[in-house]
Ligand binder design. Structure first.
Ligand code: ADP
Length: 462
């Protein structure tokens, strides 16, 4: 099959979270199954590790007229990439601007044009998250569609239902060059244009990244105002669990680690702990809990902050890597200063340090309020680091309590401390901890079976 993917982030070129990881791994897994994949994403100022060949501009129908966008082509491990060039994407960050919806409408509108320019006419079009939420609607109703693109089967994947892309209806239709007759279509969310809801309505099939999250979003607690829409489309909504790129996340070969190791040589894992503790001035004889996370409300890091003194009393040490909300960053700085030798924090985004923490820590705290799939628990398990996680979304689908990690229900410091206490007991009984480490490390988190599920889905639409 010829599969066209569109996403605002693709690892290793651009990344703020798990969406990028998925787009970095799933296309390669689909290629391995014998399919052709073209991934389209914006060309950001901050883009890494790509030296595309710029083959000229295309005229993208946009904003009542046409906008020129550059077409940069690239190929890696059998996957074809096209980067869309425009000054709208050449900023210091990927997101966070008042005109984000307009910027990603331009990107969305460019997808068919750039694909046609490189001669890729797809059998199926797969869009990811709100940034490309209007793609199914554009393929269904857009003017100036290149040959072979109109009415193509579409799949839309929700990586996070909280971010939906809101804008004014009239202006959005004008940007996308869509007829005003669509004003009262699925895009209309109480008088505003909602990119995610448009995707729910117009995509042929909707997936989210774990079976549990696919159920949770049908209720008000997790649906972020779209629970009614999720219930309405439940006949075409399924959950397909993400995998991780086990080539990149591999303790046996990871170049970011001071010491590589396998499940058979767990003594070597300790070397990573020693090196990390030395770097951050922590006591290596204490069990160590790590956190690798965006610092946003969803991730519940405030729970760990509130629980820290009790956590240290349980005899854990703590290291946090994250960036996001300034108030959380300040709290972490203050806690670190108050607990020398027992707690460390690094505020920022650092891939290498993330790898080192996964390898060095004994456990990883994931106190998420909701978690569509979550990758950090799978990465941690692959590195023999046991997740202590809230029982929500993909965390439920990937962690087996007291075998591969620890789960707790209550979104409160008490809930988290209950689980960290259970984990502390297991750690003290070294045999049980070792058993859990080897169980966690032998879990299969490869993309293979999920990629096949996507193929079966694409074929069912054709
Ligand atoms: P989300 O996409 O909601 O942020 P996921 O668990 O799906 O959460 O994916 C998080 C990804 O981002 C993982 O690859 C994790 O290692 C990485 N990550 C998160 N925060 C940081 C950070 N501060 N530095 C480096 N990597 C990070």
């Amino acid at each position: 099959m010829r599969i066209l993917m569109a996403s605002s982030e693709v690892y290793p070129f651009s990344k703020t979270g798990g969406l990028a990881d998925v787009l970095g791994a799933l296309p390669e897994a689909l290629v391995k199954l014998g399919h052709e994949v073209l991934v389209v994403s914006p060309w950001y100022k901050t883009l890494k590790e790509a030296t595309p060949l710029w083959i000229g501009d295309v005229e993208v129908p946009f904003d009542g007229g046409a906008t020129a966008c550059g077409v940069g082509t690239y190929e890696k491990n059998g996957v074809r990439y096209v980067f869309v060039g425009n000054s709208a994407f050449e900023r210091d960050s990927i997101y966070g601007y008042d005109d984000d919806v307009k910027r990603f409408c331009l990107f969305t509108r460019a997808v068919p044009q750039v694909s046609a320019r490189v001669g890729f006419v797809p059998d199926v079009v797969h869009a990811h998250d709100w940034h490309t939420g209007y793609l199914p609607m554009v393929l269904e109703h857009g003017w100036h569609m290149p040959d072979g693109f109109a009415h193509k089967p579409t799949v839309f994947t929700i990586h996070n239902a909280q971010y939906q892309g809101l804008s004014g209806i009239e202006e959005t239709l004008y940007w996308l060059r869509l007829p005003t007759s669509l004003t009262d279509s699925y895009m209309n969310y109480f008088g505003y244009a909602n990119a995610m809801q448009a995707a729910l309505g117009f995509a042929w099939h909707v997936t989210t990244v774990s079976p549990t999250y696919a159920e949770e979003i049908k209720g008000p607690e997790f649906g972020y105002g779209l629970d009614g829409s999720f219930r309405h489309i439940s006949n075409k909504l399924t959950g397909i669990l993400n995998g991780i790129d086990t080539g990149i996340w591999n303790p046996e070969t990871d170049p970011n680690l001071p010491q590589t190791y396998t499940a058979k040589r767990l003594d070597k894992k300790l070397e990573n702990k020693r090196a990390l503790c030395e770097r951050f001035n922590l006591d290596p004889s204490k069990p160590l809990i790590g956190v690798v996370s965006r610092l946003v409300d969803q991730k519940g890091i405030d729970t760990v902050i509130e629980a820290t003194s009790e956590l240290l009393w349980q005899d854990w040490s703590l290291i946090v890597l994250g960036s996001g909300a300034t108030s959380l960053e300040n709290d972490l700085h203050a806690l670190t200063a108050a607990n020398p030798g027992r707690m460390a924090s690094y505020i920022g985004y650092d891939e290498g340090l993330a790898h080192h923490i996964y390898a060095a820590a004994d456990a990883l705290a994931i106190p998420s309020r909701f978690e569509p799939c979550g990758l950090t628990q799978m990465i941690a398990m692959r590195y023999g680091t046991l997740p202590i996680a809230r029982a929500t979304g993909g965390l439920v689908d990937t962690i087996d309590h007291d075998r591969t990690g620890f789960l707790y229900e209550h979104d409160r410091p008490e809930g988290f401390l209950w689980a960290s206490g259970v984990a502390r007991g297991a750690y003290a009984a070294q045999d049980h901890w070792r058993y859990m480490m080897s169980e966690a490390m032998s879990e299969d988190f490869t993309w293979e079976s999920s990629a096949q599920t996507y193929i079966d889905l694409y074929k069912s639409l054709g």
